[in-house]
Every structure is written in C-alpha cells, then in structure tokens.
Design a protein around this ligand. Structure first.
Ligand code: SF4
Ligand code: SF4
Length: 97
C-alpha cells in the first residue's frame, strides 16, 4: 500500500491567540554557537590520527604534515584536545569577531 504524503504545514492556520512559535528554518552551524575552539600546534602534531579517530562529528581534516580542524562543523567539545597524546591541541575561547 502506498504511503500518503503528509500535508504541508501552513503557518496561517495557527490561531493568533497562541503563544509565538518558530515557523522558519534557520541554518545554524556549530561555529555560530561554539564557546571554545580547538587549535592545532603544527610543530607538536605527529599526525598520529588519534583526534581524527575520536572526534564525534568527524571534523578533523588531514593536511600534508598535520591534522587540522574544520570549524564549520566542530562543536568545541574538547575531546580532541584531551585525547591528543602529544598535547598538540589547545582549546581557546571564541571571540565575537
Ligand atoms: S592527536 Fe594530536 S598529534 Fe595526533 S594527529 Fe591529532 S593533533 Fe596531531
Ligand atoms: S572539539 Fe570536539 S568536535 Fe571539535 S574537532 Fe575536537 S573532538 Fe571534534
């Protein structure tokens, strides 16, 4: 039996006396709300890939001689910094710039 498509939600059907709710999708990347970011010390990194293996969102990128971070998807959890066996990753506070 074929599944019927769900009818599209029409915000105009919401009664005016209800409390306000979000009716638009807004794209937010972790970089928009992250409070700390990992920074790799390229001199200390020995490319062991521990951070790459343990990052829960797979945002570690392999470079020629070190591993780096994709800040679009990094959520700033700090696991990579804690687990790096060479202390090559430092967590720094995000700034507003
Ligand atoms: S865990 Fe540390 S040393 Fe290993 S690849 Fe990542 S940053 Fe480099
Ligand atoms: S801080 Fe967390 S999300 Fe960001 S690179 Fe490290 S392990 Fe991945």
């Amino acid at each position: 039996m074929l599944k019927q498509a769900r009818p599209r939600f029409d915000p105009a059907t919401i009664p005016n006396d209800l409390c306000p709710i979000g009716t638009e999708l807004i794209t937010m990347l972790p970089g928009d709300w992250r409070s700390e970011r990992p920074v790799v010390d390229r001199e200390k990194c020995v490319k062991c890939a521990t951070c790459w293996l343990l990052c829960p969102v797979q945002c570690i990128i392999e470079m020629a001689a070190w591993f780096d971070i994709s800040y679009d998807s990094c959520k700033g959890c700090g696991i990579c910094a804690i687990e790096c066996p060479h202390n090559a990753i430092a967590m720094v506070i995000e700034t507003e710039d």
